[in-house]
Design a protein around this ligand. Structure first.
Ligand code: ZN
Length: 488
């Protein structure tokens, strides 16, 4: 069994043993949201997948500094260098200050991520709070000769960079392909080549979000913030940079070019990308009518949803797929996830009912090792879940007293399930424990009254209670020494 974490590096296109630059410290940067609209399924996946990695690294004993940025400036429509800023556009439509829009959607993003039980990052830097660092980055790149000033804007010179460093190493796109795939310049562009990208953009007179710079009043290009803030908080070189596969090109490719141009070497050791979510086999998009926000999922308030899905159902659904596989959303798949999660959570609750015996007839020390092996194999959470389901058979046999377990093994069984389900997979019981306890006590009280009625041979009352509870979906099983009950 491999005792080390193996992780797929998009840069080298193979699984590598994870060896941090400066153990036990690990620096991890994940591209966060652009805050001009509600978080949707496409945000939930990196949120949950990188939370899984964060939790697991900490479980392995690493001290992780997890940085996830908030893009609140410089991300223009269609991810291009022209057009309106996405946040400013929303602000104009809603007649609000752009930072009001950014704050509003940042708050909503936080509350959605909290519902999904993702841990907060160690640092959450805002692009708008790091304009100076982004200007400095552009200056550095200009000084190295890999950028040029044109009409108050600063552009990255991809062709020149490519003569010294390979451009396209992450995405595998060659500069030759870019020549043939990008539109010819119409002669009015400020850029030397259509694939050059902005480090700094001069603002049009109507552009609200603007800052002074040596070149013009303007704003940073979209890719600048992640290079600038990653290096600021994690150092010139750091361990992990993550994000969705949709960011691989151009965003991450441009980040690599920027950092390499500025400091003369690679900045990131491991590039990790989660795959996309499709909806009934289609890409999610506003024009396709299948764009679902997390709020809509949690409330069921969307025409393609048959019901509401709880945050833990969404989390479990995401974890049931390997992060590098595509994940197809459908009502059937989510309903199956809901059932699966229920079964797992009920199984774990059953552990408390097991009474320890003198000796054990079951072996439970393998569960932890198997889960570790799966996680070490590129975070294979679906296999971890499969092992946890396998163990439920043992738990059932113990509850039904077909097998026996001693108290230290019982402790280990409980700890193993808690560690993997709660600490690493980050799942939680969803109804709050207080109302759960109250509910259980109420049912027990009613059933004790029924027991007394039976003892007094008042079978009418006893049957009445049984029937009425059955109508509510509570099934009573009479036992020699009392009763048991369960939800239908
Ligand atoms: Zn980024």
């Amino acid at each position: 069994m491999d005792t080390k974490l193996n992780i797929y590096n998009t840069l080298t296109r193979k699984k590598e043993v994870f060896e941090p630059i400066n153990p036990p410290h690990v620096g991890m940067y994940v591209c966060g949201p652009t805050v001009y609209g509600d978080a949707h399924l496409g945000h939930a996946r990196p949120g949950v997948n990188f939370d899984l990695l964060y939790r697991y690294l900490m479980q392995l004993g690493y001290k992780v500094r997890y940085v996830r940025n908030i893009t609140d400036v410089g991300h223009l429509e269609n991810d291009a260098d022209e057009g309106e800023d996405k946040i400013a556009k929303k602000a104009r439509i809603e007649q609000l200050e752009p930072m009001e829009i950014a704050q509003y959607y940042t708050n909503r993003y936080h509350s959605n991520m909290e519902s999904l039980n993702t841990l907060r990052p160690s640092i959450e830097p805002h692009a708008s709070g790091h304009i100076i660092e982004q200007i400095e980055l552009a200056k550095q790149i200009l000084n190295q000769g890999f950028a040029y000033i044109s009409n108050g804007s600063v552009y990255f010179d991809v062709e020149k960079y490519n003569k010294t460093y390979p451009y396209g190493k992450l995405s595998g796109r060659l500069i030759e392909d870019l020549y043939s795939n990008t539109r010819e310049l119409d002669g009015q562009s400020e850029k030397r080549n259509p694939f050059d990208f902005a480090l700094w953009k001069k603002a049009n007179p109507e552009h609200i979000m603007r800052w002074p710079s040596p070149w013009s009043d303007g704003f940073p290009g979209w890719h600048a913030e992640c290079s600038a803030m990653g290096m600021k908080y994690l150092g010139e070189t750091f361990d992990i940079h993550g994000g969705g596969m949709d960011l691989l090109f151009p965003h991450h490719e441009c980040e690599i070019a920027q950092s390499t141009a500025a400091i003369g070497k690679e900045s990131v050791k491991y590039w990790i990308h989660n795959n996309m979510i499709t909806i009934n086999g289609q890409k999610m998009g506003k024009s396709l009518g299948n764009f679902i926000t997390l709020e809509e999922l949690f409330t069921g308030n969307h025409k393609i949803l048959e019901q509401a899905y709880s945050p833990m159902t969404i989390r479990f659904f995401i974890l049931q797929a390997h992060y590098r596989s595509t994940l197809d959303f459908s009502n059937e798949a989510l309903q199956a996830a809901e059932k699966g999660l229920n079964r797992l959570m009920k199984g774990i609750a059953q552990i408390d009912k097991i009474k320890p015996a003198e000796n054990s007839t079951v072996k439970i020390d393998k569960i932890d090792a198997k889960c570790t092996e799966a996680m070490n194999d590129d975070l294979n959470s679906p296999i971890v879940i499969a092992h946890l389901f396998d163990g439920l058979k043992t738990i059932n046999a113990l509850v039904e007293r077909k097998e026996k377990i001693n108290s230290s093994d019982l402790e280990l069984l409980k700890n193993t399930y808690h560690k993997w389900t709660y600490n690493i997979l980050g799942l939680k019981q969803e109804t709050d424990s207080k109302s759960n306890e109250l509910f259980n006590n109420l049912i027990d009280t009613i059933l004790n009254i029924r027991l007394e009625a039976k003892a007094a041979k008042d079978f009418a009352t006893s049957d009445n209670i049984r029937d009425r509870l059955k109508e509510m979906g509570i099934i009573i099983k009479d036992k020699k020494d009392g009763f048991e009950w369960e939800l239908e």
